[in-house]
Design a protein around this ligand. Structure first.
Ligand code: KG4
Ligand code: ZN
Length: 354
């Protein structure tokens, strides 16, 4: 029988420090034992966006106290940890280096292997932490702050890119539109809240690449259209802000829903998995639910806590890779990070002790 493994996961790719502990249980989905998160959002809000150097310094402050918290919650000691996993990329170089450095130092002190994890693989597998986990194969709609991708996922480690944004990501479209409406960073959830009191049909905004015939996205033009509309409104913007927010959200959501359905039709798959921060959007969830129900498609989301960045998805992805035999041991604790890293061409790799 396969030995159960305790995997510690550290996420530090952007503005959230996340640490979690999972345990692999035979061939089943690894079980989350504990997790802790510190969000830097309040610190970056004053600057209207993430300041990379401040992010790195704050990760240094948070990562060890969070690790202690996670171990205490799970009533485990560090000596029991079998593998230390960390986000190797993509993300902010300095922020990634903090997690990688701490993970490797911890692993070296414990004499245990380390495993570098792809941040998007973490997002993509995060719905497996939910009460209603998906089954392979499925189409994944990955909608994070920096990425909008449709992927065909046949099993752990097999990620085929079906389409992606050729410019801004959907999260960026939310954030940039929110910023020009004077909303705080990160704009997505604020814009969604404002949109609750608005009319999504009030302004005609473009649905970029909706009829392009492929599965790519483009959101840069939408942001420009929102800016043009805001300028046109001038002093009237203040009283029409909720309508503009609702119209922006409606445009982004319509494109995401229709392209996801096209991906499902094209691949013949009957399961959709939504992952990444924008996956927390209530309108996206309700419209995807309605569309999928109509077409006999099962749709899965991560728990709301695990939509945005967290350590649990990193520990989980590491655990699932180890179970799938996709983590090959190498010698040494040398590490590098990959600020730009495509998931579709990811090779299985591990940096570990000999
Ligand atoms: O996945 P994530 O935490 O970070 C990256 O890996 O990029 O995603 C963050 C993105 C931001 O653009 C944020 O505005 C967006 O997710 N977001 C939302 C909502 N919650 C987070 N966008 C729309 N509606 C939401 N409720
Ligand atoms: Zn993320």
């Amino acid at each position: 029988m396969r030995k159960n493994l305790l995997v510690l996961g550290i996420e530090s790719s952007c503005d959230e420090t996340g640490v979690a502990l999972v345990e692999t249980r035979g061939g089943g989905v690894p079980v989350l034992l504990s997790h802790a998160l510190y969000s830097q959002i309040d610190m970056h809000q004053a600057y209207g966006g993430v300041v990379p150097e401040l992010a790195s310094r704050d990760h240094i402050r948070r990562v060890l106290p969070l690790t202690r918290e996670v171990m205490a919650q799970a009533q485990c000691s560090l000596a029991q940890v079998d593998v230390v996993a960390y986000t190797r990329g993509p993300g902010l170089a300095g922020a990634l280096l903090v997690g990688a450095g701490v993970a490797c130092a911890l692993a070296a002190a414990l004499g245990k292997p380390v495993l570098g994890v792809h941040h998007l693989e973490g997002h993509l597998l995060s719905p497996f932490l939910s009460a209603d986990p998906p089954e392979f194969p499925f189409v994944a709609l990955l909608v994070s702050g920096g990425h909008t991708q449709l992927m065909q996922v046949d099993r752990v480690g097999s990620y085929q890119l079906l389409g992606e944004s050729i410019d801004d990501a959907a999260g960026e479209a939310f954030d940039k539109s929110a910023k020009l409406m004077g909303l705080p960073y990160p704009g997505g959830p604020h814009l969604a809240k404002l949109a609750l009191g608005g009319d999504g049909t009030a302004f005609k905004l473009p649905r970029p690449l909706l009829r392009s015939g492929n599965l790519d996205f483009s959101f840069a033009g939408l942001k420009t259209a929102v800016l043009t509309q805001a300028k046109k409104l001038g002093p009237e913007l203040e009283s029409r802000k909720a309508d503009l927010a609702a119209s922006t959200q409606a445009a982004i959501v319509e494109v995401l829903v229709k392209k996801s359905l096209s991906a499902l039709m094209q691949t013949g798959m009957t399961r959709l998995v939504v992952a990444g921060g924008v996956g927390a959007n209530a309108l996206l969830r309700s419209q995807l639910n309605a569309a999928c129900q109509q077409h006999g498609i099962r749709v899965h989301y991560p728990e709301l806590d695990f939509c945005t960045d967290n350590g649990a998805m990193i520990a989980l992805a590491a655990g699932m890779r180890l179970q799938a035999g996709l983590a090959t041991l190498q010698s040494g604790y040398t590490f590098d990070v990959k600020p730009r890293w495509s998931l579709a061409v990811q090779q299985p790799e591990i940096v570990a002790i000999s």
